[in-house]
Design a protein around this ligand. Sequence first.
Ligand SMILES: [Zn+2]
Length: 755
Amino acid sequence: MRRREFIQAVTAAAAAYGIPCAHGEQNKEGIVAAVPWYRRTYRWAQTNITEIDPARYDIAWWRQHWERTQIQGVIINAGGIFAYYPSKFPLHYRPAALGDRDLYGELAHAAHEDDLVVLARMDSNRAHEAFYQASYPDWFAVDASGKPYRAGELYVSCINGPYYEQYLPDVLREIIERSHPEGITDNSWSGLGRDNICYCRHCARRFRERTGKPLPQKHDWSDPAYREWIQWSYARRLEIWDLNNRVTKAAGGADCLWLGMNSGSISGQSRSFRDYKEICARTEIIMLDHQSRSDSEGFQHNALTGKLIHGLLGWDKLIPESMPMYQMGRPTFRLASKPEPEARMWMLAGFAGGIQPWWHHISAYHEDRRMYRTAEPVLRWHRANEQYLVNRRPVANVGVVWSQRNTDFYGRDNADELVEQPWRGFTQALIRARIPYLPVHVDHIEREAANLAVLILPHLAAMSDEQVRAVQRFAERGGAVIATGETSLCNEWGDPRPDFALAVLFGVRGGKPRHRPGDRRGGGTQHTYLRLTPELRGRVYGPKAGNEPPITAERHPVLAGFDETDILPFGGTLSPLTVSEKAKVLLTFIPSFPMFPPETAWMREPRTSIPGLILNESGRGHIVYLPADIDRRFAVDNLPDHGDLLANLVRWAARGNLPLKVTGRGLIDCEIYQQPGRMILHVVNLTSAGTWRAPVHELIPVGPFQVRVHPPQGMQPKTLKMLVSRENKGTIAENGWIQFEIKSILDHEVVVLES
Ligand SMILES: [Zn+2]
């Protein structure tokens, strides 16, 4: 960015924070001091340096690529596994091609000359053979037999030893003194993952000092010592975070931040002992290393991730995300271009969740040069529209509750099935129904309550008493609650409670965990069904047996759309519960019966009293308890009935109080935000088979969509502009709703409504 643009951007950022700028000649340094780099650096770049790059790094070309792509910050490899500068530490490994050259320093200098923010990149948790052999074997992690943990050729450094306590701080100080980067990132900072226990003398001593116990001998979630090891391991990563920040701030000033990197996956954070809530409480910016999607999550996972992290970090802060221009994911080809539609959609879906772009190449030289074309148009669009893409607050009033502790102590070694599938199924049902939602951390329910009409708890099994009380208070104040499966059936350690802690709210008694926490359920989808009540088939087109139940009442609105069926496919299994007299049971369980041979496919037990769906309408807020794991089933089996049922439950619970209605065909992700006097609606087009099988090959346009938006109290938008199709028009208001049409969407559209 050139100086004039830089000052414009800084002035805009200052205005967004209500920071007055001097009239007349802008004082660049003064404004920079008012708006720190971590609040105004919206677009980032990273060229990950390979060992042979020092001989061929075309710095002049990359500088012009920085400018073409409108980036404001760069992440440059400095030290760690590899040093790209002449380090004074003899064991700090330098690639042969580097010689005595200071490639990192040259790049940092060039970036600073171009008014770019520089983050020095470390990769700290591994070291080469020579480092290990030369001097400090007890700086490295070892197994119970004393054998070092290896990652390929490299040795894994121990997070409790002098490598992290002394050596890395010295390296950080050296880098900061040489080149004055604005901060430090670290690709792999949190040490050995959860799957391995380090038995080095530092770990043994520290664990005994903290707990009075020897290190656990095996992974046993029911062993108190193992549980303490989990907690102690989390605490140590936070100590490292704080230590590194003390070091960088002492060496480089108060804004010289140490930022590590963090994942977009909660179970990934769990396996690395990174407590997302605590990390977000102590940082000004999250550098997000979340480079690809799974087929089961789709592009929409990037918007979800942005919203989840902003919920912890605050919506005034930034979340740049490493967005690979190379084929990252399944499969990975480091030197081949990621197909352009795949790379573009991942970036655009991230913008919808408040994520900022950061293009990422592996190596500084490529024979597949298509990858150099991908970022420019997306980042230029981002530059032109950046005022609408940061410093905004979400408008959604449906909260989906999550907790890393539930992933740890309920999910244990099977978090995907127990925790993530229900979460994925419910959030996907909301996206499909165009119902805007927000991830809400279970400890933030009280904080967010005023903005929420509905709270969804998808299999939130492990809950503390205080977390249970927060849900109860939300309901007492008139909020609607939808809970599924084993929600509140365990305490914060994942140990079973005698009954649901939320039994009274749910209107049931007799809850028992079907499986021990962490256990695999196995068996896949079972041949089970749910019976709808009342049954209507006596009046529906089809053969009659003469014993059809008389039609005694109309169906409840949560069963809308199922008028021609008395059963729904289920796939899970259910146990008896005692249901309160005030509660309504609208679905009951039909147990499994044979599928093969087809002659045997008839119901052995056509009806039971085992409840599958329970509604409570007698309190202030609507309360839904869904014993059937329809959320997990939707993630696994993708049956439209399951998605429709979940959406019906949310609409009913919200009593129609949802801020967005969109009609028109296609799978789209809708995210709404507000700024003072302004609403911003993102619509991301997910309509492609490629959403469910990466990489997407081509984009397929969808539309038209009829959109109705309900502005927040006091806002009366008069004009409308579309930031992608560049259409401008006035708005039509009716009964408090703003109505408009989006004619066609290829990749995404962003609609700005202004007063
Ligand atoms: Zn250790």
